[in-house]
Design a binder for this molecule. Structure first.
Ligand SMILES: Nc1nc2c(c(=O)[nH]1)N=C([C@H](O)[C@H](O)COP(=O)(O)OP(=O)(O)OP(=O)(O)O)CN2
Ligand SMILES: [Zn+2]
Length: 136
């Protein structure tokens, strides 16, 4: 039997949307208040879904506590209370949009999973804004 499990996590981070290839005027026009040179913060909510075969001996696709620790060690420790533009090498040449951020988190977690486990991530930047990326 195939099932999908989900673990949620939460962290805070600051960012600024600014494309260095553009003038300050164009950045302000495109990104508006998100271009503020003083940055702004978000309370990010993360949903990590794993799809795979249910192990008949445990009833688990994967132990959710193990998945929780993986997210804590690899994602929360790395990004919580960080300035994405200034503190995180992952964003050195990448805009810290939700679309790119969710793809970066996928790239961090995917190699840590068992072969055969599919991964799908949703990252909520605000209660209204989110992006998703994954194997399905
Ligand atoms: N496709 C995307 N659009 C936007 C992103 C993004 O990551 N992907 N990010 C932002 C900003 O980070 C911004 O901080 C949040 O945007 P916005 O919805 O304008 O802000 P609010 O939550 O304050 O929404 P209100 O409707 O003004 O309450 C922008 N766009
Ligand atoms: Zn923002």
């Amino acid at each position: 039997m195939i099932a999908t499990i989900c673990r949620k996590a939460h962290f805070n981070a600051a960012h600024r949307l600014h494309n260095p290839k553009w003038s300050d005027e164009k950045n302000l026009k495109v990104f508006g208040k998100c271009n503020s040179p003083h940055y702004h913060g978000h309370n990010f909510d993360l949903e990590v879904r794993i799809r795979g075969e249910v192990n008949p001996n445990t009833g688990f696709v994967m132990d959710l506590a193990v998945l929780g620790n993986l997210i804590k060690d690899e994602v929360e420790e790395r990004f919580d209370h960080k300035n994405l533009n200034e503190d995180c090498p992952e964003f050195e040449n990448i805009l810290p949009s939700t679309e790119y951020f969710v793809q970066i988190i996928y790239g961090i977690l995917k190699p840590k999973l068992e072969k055969g486990h599919l991964l799908h991530i949703t990252l909520h930047e605000t209660q209204k804004n989110s992006a998703a990326y994954g194997d399905w």
